[in-house]
Design a protein around this ligand. Sequence first.
Ligand SMILES: Nc1nc2c(ncn2[C@@H]2O[C@H](COP(=O)(O)O[C@H]3[C@@H](O)[C@H](n4cnc5c(=O)[nH]c(N)nc54)O[C@@H]3COP(=O)(O)O)[C@@H](O)[C@H]2O)c(=O)[nH]1
Length: 839
Amino acid sequence: MRLQTLIIDENLTHQLEGVRSALNSARHTLAADSACDDGCRRILLQSLERAVPGVRALEVVDRAGAPVLTTAPPAGSYPAPPLTASDADTLYMSLPYEITPGVFNLKLTMAVPGGGAVSAVLNPAYLDAVMRSALYAPDMNSAITENGGRRMLYVPADPVAMRREAAIADTFVRRHLGSRLAESVLAGTTGAGEQRLVVQRSMRLAGLRLDRSLVVSLGRSQAVIDAGWHRLAWTCGLAWLLFAATAGVSMAVLQRRRRVHEDAARAWADAQSASAQKVEAALDGASLGLWEWDMRADFRSVDVRGAEMLGYTSDDKAALNDWRRQIHPEDLPGLDIALAEHLAGNSQRYDIEYRIRHRGGHWVWLQSRGTIVERAADGAPLRMLGTRMDISQRKEAEARITHLAFYDGLTQLPNRRLLMDRLHHAIAKSARTANHGAVLFIDLDNFKSLNDTMGHDMGDYLLQMVAQRLQQVTRSSDTVARLGGDEFVILLEDLGDDEGAATAGAAAVASKVLEALSSAYVLDGHDVRTTPSIGVVLFGAGPHAIGDLLRHADMAMYEAKADGRATWRFFDPRMQQALDASAALEADLRLALIRQQLYLSYQPVVDRSARVTGVEALLRWTHPQRGEIGPAEFIPQAEKSELILELGEWVLEAACLQLVHWAASAPTAHLTMAVNVSARQFRQPGFIDQVLMVLQRTGADPRLLKLELTESMLLTDMDDVIGKMAALRAHGVGFALDDFGTGYSSLRYLKLLPIDQLKIDRSFVQDMLHSRHAASIVRAIVNLAYSLDLAVVAEGVETREQWTALEAIGCTAFQGYLFGRPAPILDADSMVGYASVHA
Ligand SMILES: Nc1nc2c(ncn2[C@@H]2O[C@H](COP(=O)(O)O[C@H]3[C@@H](O)[C@H](n4cnc5c(=O)[nH]c(N)nc54)O[C@@H]3COP(=O)(O)O)[C@@H](O)[C@H]2O)c(=O)[nH]1
């Protein structure tokens, strides 16, 4: 019976370990920051459910315990355990809960990092079969009880017998737990007056981190045991009687004595054979093979099941004894260490998982456990006994899960998580060996538009081809990873200790990647072209943070994009300095808004007779340390973040307040106000409301407000641009196209846009007297404006000659230092009347 409790312990522990390892893998893949999407989650759960025997369903629940995803229709519910951050690694076992009358489920649950939990619903029939396999007589029963005294499993599932036994079972479990012994044997009388012998064993559950301890108990009728024992005792007693009767007679006696021993041994063996068969049946049910190692003869043997796991019969002695040579070379050192530790007395149990060659040639994963069962007088181990189990299915499932967790589902390349791990090792290795490595950050230049025009299936196919080409131009020791979307990273290692040579090596790979990815792809019978922009960063013996490396490679990639795309750039430390400076500038700018360090300067716009008709509002910043900072320096920085939205609103409000101020006085009431609007500000969904709210708040006349847009803002989503302009124009707000002539001006679009004014860029004005080309452009813009019925303003007029030339061409409005530099308004009069011409 002690062996049976061991078998149940072993098999259930093994089952729980399988479930724990599956849940553990699942929860890390399902963690909040994981790249595993819904499809990936479903595949993961299904493959896990198939791989772990005895699991009926797997389910994911959210923070509130509500099911989010399940592999089978929910069968009964059990409240989710109260998971807290400190319980991250605990495996929770539910109490049995009824799904259909008389059928009880058990659920194992682990917390998912970031919230929620993942549970495995165990198959009651499977657990029942495991427990039953250890019972070899009709009078036997077996139970698993938790430390709170609650019965988790009971076989046979006979409620009458269970109730009858309840009294002694409860007392025995309490006594066993109180004794703190690993195993106890107790006898008692049931409610029906039957004497029962009960063996109880505390399950070891090592490494499982189960939230409760479990006790296996196995009970038998004392009367049935006694009957068997009486038979054995009678046989042995007879034998000893024979022995006594013949003792003292020399040779004959000795011979007789040997026969008596043999008879007694045979009698013992006969008596045991019935239970031995039952033990066999139990091992069979538990899918365990037995092995034995006789160290004196260095002879190993396995039973039928153990041999069959590897395609042999137990008679194939030579093959089985040649066991070590069949072990996978990668697993042999670990196995030797585990064995040596156990033989040296450093571990209670030899317990190892390894691959071994099957007779058919393939590898089989075995879990092998064993202990020393016989020692010499000096304590030297003589014999080991153990079990082995085929865990190939579990290992396959684990491999599948690992793949899902660490590889990109579309391209099968390592994903961000695996890349981080490899980077971590590569940096550590570089620090050790002083060899350089490199990170190449690759982004496809026009992938988004290709994906939109070709359809996402073709986009996916293109990404797969890109992945293939990247693998073709790199070595197998390099890591090619996909971060997501059209972003790939190549990690190069062992580029040598010379920085120059490492730089050349990384540049060579970048060139190969550029060439490989730039040649045409055939998609759906069509040639499609895309190019990569590549950022490269080297790392060497010095300390490197993974985040910094990727950020630097990303910055270099953007540098490549800024330099015209389809190229590669190395990260330059000056980029980092610029990045630091712009971060500091942004922080200062936020403070500037709060501390009122910003103000507006106004530059007059004049007519042919230099009469001021309006102004352009230009933002200025008085920095507490750096003094005056121009908008050309800080507006682009603000445009990189949401800060431009706040800034833009502030400018709009200040300009409108100025308009209201002028409206109060007749000489200034007609002045128009041009306000620059940045692309990000204009594209924000609430832009129309923002402008209208400011007008309403300040009470400014919308007809005096002119919003200046640049041509580049018209390049994307024209319908949205036109819609917004039309909506504001309906309220009287005017629009000017700033810096006209420098960008992409489609006449077709120009006709569609509800604009009032074109502003000729100052570069043409400044060159028109020296360059025929510039003069022709200015003339063309003026003619175009007239043909479209638009007003035209020449910017950057600095000299009388320019003014005269512009007038001759037909220009009627002017702006520039000739008429006044941008200046804060000190008094209303400074903006009234004629601008003084500063020749
Ligand atoms: N989104 C916003 N952009 C703004 C805002 N305020 C300004 N800006 C933009 O910043 C850029 C630089 O502006 P600034 O340094 O103020 O320069 C302006 C003028 O000072 C300058 N100018 C005007 N006349 C002359 C001249 O005769 N010679 C000469 N060398 N420079 C001159 O031109 C700038 C005005 O340009 P534009 O806007 O294109 O009319 C600039 O792009 C501003 O748009 C803001 O509040 N929001």
